[in-house]
Design a protein around this ligand. Structure first.
Ligand SMILES: Cc1cc2nc3c(=O)[nH]c(=O)nc-3n(C[C@H](O)[C@H](O)[C@H](O)COP(=O)(O)OP(=O)(O)OC[C@H]3O[C@@H](n4cnc5c(N)ncnc54)[C@H](O)[C@@H]3O)c2cc1C
Length: 606
């Protein structure tokens, strides 16, 4: 049960072309990788002619390798004034390179150096699963399926316009050309889909023809005499342009993420919230979940975590002032048994050290820069994020397409014709749109009772510690609650977890509990601090019994929910919102089918 894939070994043939010693095959044509990509895959699929004027165009490639076909497609998109608004490039890869090897192998491709540099910078760790990466402000969306082609493609939900069949040769890597893979390609083909490949192997052609593609030989590229192109049996249809207006109810972490993702796809959004001010929690931690059986919440959390880091980093790169830092987080064991379990999980699941490592007490103390109670897990890229700056930065990134209505409590929602309308206390209309996303935390249950969402409210209080020279700590330390750095040099300590308690005030007794938590993890950290007079914040988590968030289509047309984020809103919101918006736009899903199903509201109806 390993969550990390073995990485590819990189070697070079005598002529300098990257070579796989494991498959004894070259990574690209001896006549030039980019030239082959353009002649075989882009021209073979008539990509420039077919993507012209489209909102979105989807390419699926078998075998990412160095990503040369991806870079060629991206380069072509940049150069084309008639490009589609978005290019989805999906690629499956069982043996990804390490970042360093990818950088080394791509170094000779000077013509696309800036694109290659961006790819290397955003290259994910070799964690099995789907990885979605945005480039050029979301105009180019790469979905990397890291894992076995047959299994990964069976989990993919997409409508593909062009297939780039570019695995190692069928003789050397038959798995990626198997009848099972071809069956999945047929399932994924959009009306009018085409394919291109450099191989004319009889078995491949027979499988493609049998699955419904009409194939023909063409003149090959470089020293190859022939290549093959194919056409899916269903002809292209032109889809009507949807009315891209949405109403997002709730401007918390989930609602703002949904509004921002919708705006990135050109939607006009009315974002409505009863609260006058953005989220008051100063800073929250972003950490993935790990557990013994590598349960569904752990699997979804890995994709969500890597996506969240990219999302927050991208926001900062785009010049929006997001206060956040991937400072690393320790999750200390509570006792020796838990420490043994944590160590066993890391080793049995073979986590990549860049993602999760087990560290003993001494190493943990070195990471924390002070004495710690025990060893535990270390997530080197875990982050803290300021929620207030996240709201501001997300809305700035979304721009004028998101219209915020604050101080408006929605009492009822009604469906009128093809639109949803949000009504206030007096029955007055607040906003209407064909698509409604309920991102109003626990209150989603009241507005959509027929969805039977199983939501609970759990009170929590955090304590803010002012800056002090005796409390230097630059990492997040968690285990029994958490301690995270604040942008002003102070720290946040949290959090209490109280069922059936709806008191909204900040209580000194709860500060006492939080200080005790901090002491149990970092002895001496709160020495001399008295609970009275400390500042803090009280809020309510919306929790779900299965500890998974809820993102997906609801029971009625045009109705979606984004709630149940529990104690991990900053982890779930970016990917959850991207999933929801991909669904709404009928774009490729960023999550495997089983994991998307696990977080769908449909699970409450079965
Ligand atoms: C003490 C504490 C500490 C936490 N620490 C962390 C942490 O370290 N890391 C982390 O990731 N998460 C943390 N969380 C959890 C995090 O705060 C939540 O997961 C997150 O806020 C959920 O976001 P949301 O958008 O679903 O809900 P909310 O943030 O609650 O937003 C829902 C919004 O909907 C609005 N709304 C509701 N009903 C209506 C209505 N009828 N009409 C109009 N508006 C409405 C509300 O006003 C609200 O603004 C913590 C939570 C607590 C309580």
């Amino acid at each position: 049960m390993r969550v990390t894939l073995p990485t590819a070994r990189l070697a070079f043939a005598n002529d300098g072309i990257p070579l796989s010693p494991d498959f004894n095959d070259l990574y690209h044509s001896v006549d030039g990788g980019l030239a082959q990509a353009r002649a075989v895959f882009l021209a073979g699929n008539r990509v420039a002619e077919r993507w012209r004027g489209r909102d979105s165009f989807t390419i699926l490639e078998t075998g990412f390798g160095l990503g040369i076909n991806f870079l060629a497609a991206w380069d072509a998109l940049r150069a084309d004034p008639n490009r589609p608004r978005r290019l989805h490039f999906i690629s499956v890869e069982k043996h990804p390179f390490t970042r360093d090897d990818l950088k080394r192998a791509l170094a000779p491709f000077e013509e696309v150096a800036p694109l290659a540099g961006a790819l290397v910078m955003n290259w994910p760790p070799p964690v099995a699963g789907f990885h979605r990466i945005h480039f050029d402000a979301g105009q180019v969306i790469l979905t990397l399926l890291l894992g076995d082609a047959t299994e990964a493609l069976a989990q993919l939900e997409a409508k593909v316009d062009a297939f780039f069949l570019d695995g190692f040769s069928p003789a050397k890597n038959p798995g990626v050309w198997s009848p099972e893979v071809v069956r999945e390609l047929a399932r994924l083909a959009a009306p009018g889909a085409t394919l291109a490949t450099w191989t004319v192997a009889g078995g491949v052609r027979a499988a493609l023809t049998g699955a419904g593609f009409t194939c023909e030989k063409r003149e090959g590229f470089g020293h190859k005499r022939a290549m093959m192109v194919g056409q899916w049996r269903e002809p292209a249809v032109s889809a009507p342009t949807p009315d891209r207006r949405a109403l997002v109810l709730g401007a918390g972490v989930a609602g703002i993420a949904c509004a921002e993702r919708l705006a990135s796809r050109g939607w006009e959004v009315a974002l409505v919230d009863a609260r006058e001010q953005p989220h008051p929690l100063a800073v929250g931690a972003v950490r993935p979940v790990a557990n013994l059986r590598d349960a569904t919440n752990a699997k979804v959390s890995r994709s969500a975590f890597l996506y969240a880091l990219q999302h927050y980093g991208g926001m900062q790169l785009d010049g929006h002032h997001l206060q956040w830092q991937a400072c690393g987080a320790l999750q200390l064991a509570g006792d020796d048994d838990e420490a043994a379990r944590q160590s066993a999980i890391v080793h049995s699941q073979e986590h990549a050290a860049e993602f999760l490592a087990y560290v003993d007490r001494e190493a943990a103390a070195e990471i924390a820069g002070r004495d710690v109670a025990r060893g535990g897990w270390y997530f080197p890229s875990s982050a803290w994020v300021s929620l207030r700056s996240l709201a501001t930065a997300s809305l700035a990134r979304a721009g004028s397409r998101v219209h915020v209505f604050r101080g408006d409590r929605v009492e009822r929602i009604v469906r009128e014709g093809n639109a949803w309308r949000a009504l206030g206390a007096s029955g007055s209309s607040i906003a209407e749109a064909p698509v409604l996303i309920l991102a109003n935390a626990h209150d989603a249950q009241r507005l959509a009772p027929e969805a039977r969402l199983a939501l609970n409210r759990v009170r929590g209080q955090v304590t803010y510690l002012p800056p002090s020279p005796s409390r230097s700590l630059e990492r997040i330390v968690s285990g029994n609650g958490y301690i995270a750095p604040l942008p002003d040099g102070g720290h946040v300590v949290g959090a209490t977890f109280q069922h059936d308690d709806f008191d909204e005030t900040v209580r000194a007794a709860d500060h006492g509990q939080n200080l005790a938590r901090a002491e149990s993890m970092l002895p001496g950290f709160t020495q001399g601090v008295e609970p009275s007079g400390l500042e803090g914040w009280t809020g309510f988590r919306t929790t779900v019994p299965d500890r998974l968030p809820i993102f997906g289509a609801c029971v009625a047309p045009g109705l979606y929910v984004a709630t149940g984020l529990g104690s991990r809103g900053l982890l779930w919101a970016p990917l959850g919102a991207e999933l929801l918006v991909s669904r709404i736009e009928s774009e490729p899903s960023p999550l495997p089918r089983d994991l998307a199903g696990a977080i769908s509201p449909a699970r409450f109806l079965s």
